[in-house]
Each structure stands twice: as C-alpha cells, then as structure tokens.
Design a protein around this ligand. Structure first.
Ligand code: PSU
Ligand code: MN
Length: 303
C-alpha cells in the first residue's frame, strides 16, 4: 500500500459519507506547541460536529497517512525537525522513511489519491512579493491547477503578492470563489480589497460548482475564500506593518525557499505578541465549519 488510510476514513469513503482533508504543515511549521495540537484537534471536532469525518494527512516513517489519530497528531505537534513536504519532496521522504508535514500541495495530492474532494486549511501559498526577481511561486498554485480538490482557506495573506496570485490562478483556470463575499479574504483581515471571481451565496451553490467541475472533467482545484469573521479580523493597516517588518527581517537574514513562509508566520506572531496566532486559529475554525458543510452538501448531490 502506497498510502495508509485510517479505517474510519476508508469506511466513510466507501459508504459515500463526507470526508474533509486537513494538512499538517500548519501543525508542525505554522503554529507553536501546544496550540498547534489543540487547534488541530478542535478543527477535527468542528468537522465532526458538522457531519463529516476529518482526515488529517501527514507522513510518518515514510508512510503517507490519511486520517492521523489524535496520538499521531500530538507526536507531530511536539516533534522537531519534521520536514516540510511539498510535491517534489514526497517520494524522497518516502524513500528515506522520514517524517513529513504535508503542505497544501502535497495534502491535495494525497487527498485526491484517497478520493477526498474537500480540504480545509488556513491560508495557501502563492506568488511571493518580488517573484519577478526571485521566481518564488508556491507549488500550491500548480497543484490547484491540476489536482481535483477544493481548498477552503481564508484568502491569502499580504506576505504574498495577491494580485499576481490571482492572475496566476486565472491563467491556470482555477476558480476563486468567495463564501458570501465578493472580495478575497486577506487571512488575518477579512478584506484584501481585491475581487474574487464569483461570490457564492451558500454551501449548496459551492457544492454544485464542485459537482459540475467534476462531471465536466475540468481537472484542477477550486479555491474557496472564506474571510475571517468580523470580530476576529485584524485591521489591515496594523497587520501590514508587521508583515512589512517580517519581510524586511527575512531579507536581512537571507531566508529563502521553503523556509520563508514559516519564518514570516513566526516573526509576525512573535511581534504581535500572539495576536496574529489567535486570529489564525479562529479563521481555521471558521474554515472547518464551512468546509465541512460544503463537503456534506457535495455528498448529498453525489448520491
Ligand atoms: N500560509 C499560511 N499558513 C501556512 C502555510 C501557508 O497562512 O501554514 C503553509 C501551508 O502548508 C502552505 C505552505 O501549503 O505554507 C506554503 O509554503 P510555500 O510558500 O513554501 O510553498
Ligand atoms: Mn516558495
């Protein structure tokens, strides 16, 4: 077996019950222990409360696991030195029997192999600022271009070049849909000031779009932007100052490649004394709720 699917997830998929995939880079590289583990477990609880089975995905001793146990999530959250695994890293980590945290890209790959169509996360990778020079464009975008998984996020944060990220997704035919919003979320704040492709008015409408995309054999993902709820949204003028500082620090320290996103997240959380981390946690919970409801509607349509 190339991938290990938990018995619970396997049974749910066999019976046509809705399953929601979750990534593990957010656990190992996105948040500090123990908040990372508490958040991951609460996200699973919210997904169950909304009628779906959660499938947290990660790689343990070279085995891709779809549906980690709470104990495995705890080990994952505590362990240091877990590799951040995107598409290119996946076969190597398997060959070397290492532990790996899956990014949006590799979680999409494994979810798709298992037959899971909806995936909930916080934010996706995108076109980085200065990509005209650095070529730093997250592999998440290419995965969205090709792999049939819908990703529910809170938009993308201003560490990225958001207009270029939208252009890239347009070129590759990835629909960017706003859940009850015409504007793209900006992760910590609810409004990036940029338009999504379509405002969607209900979970049902989104599920129908996923269904028709599948039936029309239009390969590739769909990106759902579910903006952070008003009461947790940070003012963009404030958070953008911290983002600018983080980008400057990264530049001065010569941080490059896959280290950049985790570095920026930690730098911003430290400098906001954890405020950005709290916003991050709240937006993931909100995504879990909406993502689960979309998956539930989709399973009703697909029957
Ligand atoms: N953006 C966030 N939080 C995250 C990530 C992105 O707001 O935790 C993680 C996700 O796992 C995403 C990865 O897939 O970072 C993107 O990394 P890169 O930019 O190196 O492709
Ligand atoms: Mn990158």
């Amino acid at each position: 077996m190339l991938i290990k699917i938990s018995d619970e997830v396997k049974l749910a998929l066999k019976e046509g019950r809705p399953v929601v995939a979750l990534e593990s880079t957010i656990i190992s590289h996105g948040m500090p222990y123990p908040k990372n583990v508490e958040t991951a477990l609460e996200v699973e609880r919210i997904i169950r409360e909304n009628g779906c089975v959660p499938a947290t995905i990660g790689i343990i001793d070279g085995d891709p696991i779809v549906g980690m146990t709470p104990e495995e999530i705890e080990l994952f959250g505590k362990r240091s030195g877990i590799l951040k695994v995107s598409r290119r890293d996946l076969p190597i980590v398997m060959a070397k029997k290492m532990w790996g945290a899956t990014t949006v890209a590799s979680t999409m790959i494994l979810a798709n192999m298992a037959g899971i169509e909806v995936f909930v996360t916080g934010g996706i990778g995108g076109v980085h600022r200065g990509a005209q020079q650095t070529f730093d464009i997250s592999a998440d975008l290419q995965e969205l271009a090709h792999t049939n998984v819908t990703v529910v996020c809170a938009g993308a944060k201003a560490i990225l070049d958001l207009p270029l990220t939208l252009e890239y997704l347009e070129t590759f035919g990835v629909p960017v849909l706003g859940y009850k919003s015409s504007n793209l979320g900006a992760f910590y704040s609810k409004d990036s000031g940029l338009k999504v492709d379509y405002k969607m008015d209900s979970e049902r409408e989104i599920a129908e779009a996923i269904y028709y995309k599948r039936m029309m054999k239009l390969d590739g993902g769909i990106l759902i932007s579910n903006p952070i709820p008003d009461q947790y949204s940070m003012p963009s003028e404030v958070i953008n100052l911290y983002i600018e500082k983080a980008l400057k620090d990264a530049d001065e320290k010569g941080i490059k490649g896959k280290e950049i996103t985790p570095f920026l997240l930690k730098n911003i959380a430290d400098n906001t004394h954890g405020n950005s981390l709290e916003a991050n946690i709240k937006l993931v919970f909100n995504n879990a709720k909406i993502g689960a409801r979309i998956a539930k509607e989709l399973s009703n349509i697909s029957k």
